[in-house]
Design a binder for this molecule. Structure first.
Ligand code: GLY
Length: 374
């Protein structure tokens, strides 16, 4: 597909996530709720259970709900609290209660209408309710559109760490309307671009180059660059998941920057304010710098990475007051720790990364201090 001249289309060719009998489409719409709902309707044999939150529903839900009604889809909405702190077994339990009280059957379709928290939680409920019912993702944030809605990672957090309870459960459709991004707040919009930059570093130097030239326009939600970077990101995610659905190897490259990020997110202000993308940005800088110090990545490419992250309005240094030891401690509760060794995803050049589990803690502590930790 070429994007040139496509900004006025209602929808674009779907991408396929190729997983044998669990394959599905990622469909892109251009402010076209009726087309999106028509595709959902085709996959709803009976009633639908739409999981969302008040913030998203008040911004986008009226039009979506009206289109669902007009199309004759029988649906109920279930509200979850807004934010990561609601991605819990308690929230899942409240959703099971509703599904059972309202007598949803195995022919139910659970629809996640929202960002990553809603998608992960609703997907987990879809995976487990009556041993699994159909699931559709309608992502409304950048992170959800390019990352969390694709690939079937569903789950909830535990007090000891993020995403520790969950299941791989693929959706039947990911329905992406880029118009939903118009009501997204600045910090979530910029944060989502950290994931897009990630795809350039781990897989596609051409995407990285494109972002260097166009990230500011894409961040302003200009149609052509926005479509290009989101579609390319989804394509990469689909390709990686298609090769390694259950994270036996390759899929781990998607965690570039995330080992540091999850630890940064588990302390201080970042925990309170849910700056996931911002933490990923700092994590990518840290991973790039670590790779430089190990002699694997050039200083010139690291400088380009830092510059792109800055241009995207994202932070490149660890927030004031965070302690290096505390971050290293947070990294140990990461579920990607293998046989007691911390595994890092490190770039060898822009567009390629490798996994390393031989980095000693003192080197990590020094790195974190050099990036602003105390
Ligand atoms: N977000 C990382 C993955 O889906 O594997």
């Amino acid at each position: 597909m070429t994007e040139s001249g496509n900004a006025t289309k209602a929808s674009w060719d779907p991408l396929r996530v190729d997983l044998g009998e669990r394959s599905y489409d990622i469909r892109f719409y251009n402010n076209a709720t009726d087309a999106l709902v028509a595709d959902i309707k085709a996959l709803c044999p009976e009633r639908a259970f739409v999981v969302t939150n008040e913030t998203i529903w008040s911004a986008q839900g009226e039009r979506f709900g009206a289109a669902m009604q007009a199309a004759g889809v029988d649906f109920t909405t279930a509200m979850v609290g807004d934010g990561e702190k609601y991605k819990t077994l308690d929230s899942a339990s409240a959703l099971y209660d509703r599904l059972l009280e309202e007598r949803f059957s195995r022919r139910a379709t659970v629809i996640a209408f929202g960002g990553g928290v809603i998608g992960d939680l609703a997907g987990f409920v879809a995976a487990t309710f009556l041993r699994g019912v159909r699931f559709i993702q309608v992502p409304t944030t950048v992170v959800a559109m390019v990352d969390s809605s694709i690939g079937g990672k569903t789950g909830v957090d535990h007090r000891l760490g993020k995403n520790l309870i969950g299941a791989f459960y693929q959706p039947a459709l990911v329905a992406v309307d880029l118009a939903y991004l118009k009501t997204l707040d600045d910090h979530n919009r910029h944060g989502g671009f950290a994931e897009i930059i990630k795809y350039g570093v781990i897989y596609d130097a051409a995407l990285f180059d494109y972002l260097e030239k166009n990230v500011t326009r894409a961040l302003k939600l200009e149609s052509e660059p926005l479509l290009h970077v989101t579609r390319r990101s989804c394509e990469i995610k689909a390709a990686v998941v298609g090769q390694d659905e259950f994270e036996g190897g390759l899929r781990a490259i998607l965690n570039f920057g995330h080992t540091f990020a999850h630890a940064i997110e588990s302390v201080g202000e970042y925990k309170e304010r849910q700056f996931h993308g911002q933490a990923v940005a700092i994590g990518m800088v840290a991973a790039g710098e670590l790779a430089c110090r190990l002699g694997m990545f050039s200083a010139g490419e690291q400088a380009r990475l830092v510059k792109l992250i800055e241009t995207a309005g994202l932070p490149t240094r660890i927030p004031e007051g965070m302690k290096a030891e505390q971050i290293v401690e947070g990294m140990k509760s990461d579920k990607k720790v293998v046989s007691g060794r911390q595994r890092f995803v490190l770039p060898t050049r822009l567009g390629e990364v490798v996994l390393r589990d031989d980095v000693e803690t003192p080197a990590v502590l020094k790195l974190l201090r050099d990036l602003g930790a105390t």
